[in-house]
Design a protein around this ligand. Structure first.
Ligand code: WTA
Length: 636
């Protein structure tokens, strides 16, 4: 089967060389052989890094849900497409076959249409990890509506910002969600958020926890009765290759979140191709990615990539620690999971628990293990390898981003020898470059620099919703004719890449991207706060945690500092969400600044990281004396 499935390193190098020598014909062959098109493309790729503009498979027509569902019905109709494992292990798992998925997506799509949703309209999805979440994405795609999923851990303000940015006409939510032993009032969060959203006409509500909730007449509708009344078939909307499929927000180092826009054909081809190769997926595998569909990992590698391959994809509603820390391993055993894809933060957290949680479960079904979201440290890698993979499962350390749509740098199991902490080699078609600060490419091996990609790939985000200039400024202005990732990387003596972390003011906490500027904006709204600076510092489980330096206003009032810390974190929870809370808050009389008034975050990062041996020359600061004060009062 041509170059769709790479089986050994030799073949990888062959395929890679071919993909780089002639990317157009490489991707064309894959697109031709493995997908269902209504009309063939006129042109595989056209691009312009200056505008910037990238078009893949222009002129082609398709619907991604036909590729993810309809075309499997003949051969795999009774196969499980989505295997839903509920929060409570006592609740039965659901096996949703491709036939059933076809019907449920059609019904949902018909409900959306009946509520006035048309091609190009934006629908905000704010749901827990229940089947209706995946079905809502697919229903939008069925009728050409653009979905914008907001992770159901974001606050009402964060939700409202995203709804307003994309002028969503509809919100799909639930009466609440289960999270371990807790329930969360999602509908209450939506109601609060919608007070400041004018574009939303209808809210569809899934019943999940049977909570008594207020329903606003005319706006809010229980979903189930509408589904019951809906037709079981829905003709797919025929989409152009470059029609937007979805918007997904990611944090920037400054300002509002960026609504990354992904389009249809290139995204489909690339996520399907990478899913198959990176996880070495075979027909009878049971694949499980533990991410939430609220993040790109869930979009690409729970929903679209697996379903485009006709795979069985597990959706888990709960958390790794409920009812106890064996939950992940219990699920692996119960469903005989073959590929397991999770985040380093989860591995570190579970690695601290008693090994009995792992050892009482039979994990022999596992074939491939994956990690994503942040650099994996060596200790966690070995724990994963020894205790979960039993030294018998290749580990794929996959580097990619919301913006890249799919995995970019990763080992291919059984082909690429893995080295802990290295994402290793670029996938076919991906051309990384390391750049120095002057904008020159650093050639050769054993070098490090800023990680860029120098040729377009099919699943790259095409713009930032409503702000193409910001797209250009953020990704295409630092280096000419390159996409700049925001990450630093090194290339070792054999050409393997190791991602060293963000080079901008984004901090990755437990695998979640957090811009420091929006957090500073949130806490600066506190009446007692004059100024603040947030930095990341290394944390054993979360990878990074947030450290805040806060200058209080001189009001003469002496407040209890612990209360202030709580209030500051409450402000952050309200404006962004609990994931952005600060682990440590230090009150200080000043912040180190350059003569032009810029905060020297490098110094603050070092102090917070307890690494003060080499602070550099602080004498050129506007206020060098502050450095000692901050060091004396650092919170350990
Ligand atoms: C980081 C998640 C090291 C990186 C798919 C990137 C990683 C950001 C890895 C994107 C990895 C992701 N090794 N760092 N394997 N994977 N990152 O948009 O800093 O949520 O820029 O996409 O996570 O995070 P995002």
């Amino acid at each position: 089967m041509s170059n769709y499935h790479i089986k050994h390193l030799e073949e990888y190098f062959q395929v890679y060389r071919k993909s780089v020598r002639n990317p157009e014909s490489y991707w064309e062959e894959i697109a031709e052989e493995h997908f269902m098109w209504h009309k063939r493309w006129d042109n595989v790729l056209s691009y312009d890094f200056d505008k910037p503009e990238f078009k893949w498979f222009e002129g082609a027509q398709l619907n991604i849900t036909e590729n993810c569902i309809d075309r499997h019905l003949r051969t795999r109709g009774d196969k499980t497409a989505i295997l839903f494992e509920p929060n409570d292990p006592k609740e039965k798992a659901q096996h949703i076959t491709y036939n059933e998925l076809h019907k449920r997506v059609a019904k949902m799509a018909n409900v959306l249409k009946a509520k006035g949703i048309k091609k190009g309209d934006r629908v905000c999805i704010y749901l827990p990890m229940i089947p209706e979440l995946a079905i809502s994405l697919l229903a939008c795609a069925r009728i050409g509506a653009i979905h914008s999923v907001v992770f159901a851990g974001f606050s009402s303000k964060a939700l409202a910002t995203r709804i307003n940015d994309a002028s969503c006409k509809m919100v799909i939510t639930s009466d609440g969600s289960y999270r371990g032993s807790k329930t969360i009032d999602l509908k209450g969060i939506v109601d609060e958020g919608l007070k400041s959203c004018e574009s939303v006409e209808n809210v569809l509500v899934v019943k999940r926890i049977n909570a008594e909730i207020p329903m606003e007449e005319g706006r809010d509708h229980w979903l189930q009765p509408l589904l019951d009344a809906a037709e079981e078939t829905c003709a797919p909307e025929i989409m152009n290759a470059e029609d937007p499929l979805f918007i997904l927000y990611t944090s920037g180092s400054t300002g509002t979140p960026k609504g990354m826009v992904h389009t249809t054909a290139g995204y489909m081809v690339y996520t399907a191709f990478t899913f198959k190769n990176v996880f070495q997926y075979r027909e009878d595998d049971i694949y499980w990615c533990t991410a939430d569909i609220g993040w790109i990992t869930g979009h690409s590698y729970i929903v679209y990539g697996p379903l485009a391959n006709g795979a069985t994809t597990v959706m888990f509603e709960g958390v790794p620690s409920y009812p106890d820390h064996a939950r992940f391993w219990e699920i692996v055993e119960k469903h005989k999971v073959t590929q397991f894809y999770t985040a380093p933060t989860a591995i570190r957290a579970l690695g601290k628990e008693n090994l009995d949680f792992v050892e009482k479960h039979d994990l022999s079904s596992l074939k491939v293990l994956g990690t994503v979201g942040e650099p994996i440290n060596e200790e966690a890698w070995h724990w994963y390898d020894e205790n979960i993979g039993k030294r018998n499962c290749p580990i794929v350390d996959t580097w990619w981003q919301t913006e890249t749509g799919g995995i970019m740098i990763s080992p291919i199991p059984y082909s690429t020898p893995a080295i802990p902490t290295f994402a290793t080699l670029p996938l076919p078609g991906i051309q990384p470059a390391l750049m120095d600060e002057e904008g020159k490419e650093i050639k050769g091996n054993q070098v490090d620099g800023r990680l860029c990609i120098k040729f377009p790939w099919p699943s790259m985000a095409r713009t930032i919703w409503g702000n193409h200039q910001r797209y250009k400024d953020t990704y295409f202005s630092a280096f000419k004719n390159m996409y700049f990732t925001g990450d630093g990387a090194l290339r070792d003596s054999v050409g393997y890449y190791r991602i060293t972390g963000r080079v901008d003011d984004v901090v990755i906490v437990s695998g979640h991207n957090l811009g420091t500027a929006p957090i500073e904006d949130a806490i600066n709204e506190h009446p007692a706060v004059a100024e603040s600076a947030i930095v990341g510092y290394p944390h054993e489980v979360k990878g990074n945690a947030l450290y805040g330096y806060v200058i209080l206003k001189e009001t003469g009032e002496t407040r209890n500092q612990d209360n202030l810390r709580k209030e500051i974190n409450q402000m952050i929870s309200d404006r962004i969400g609990p994931i952005a809370k600060l682990n440590k808050v230090q009150f200080t009389s000043g912040l180190p600044k350059t003569r032009s008034g810029k905060i020297m975050r490098r110094i603050l990062r070092k102090i917070a990281s307890n690494d003060t041996s080499n602070l550099g020359d602080t004498s050129t600061l506007l206020n060098p004396e502050i450095v000692q004060e901050i060091m004396d009062n650092v919170i350990k």
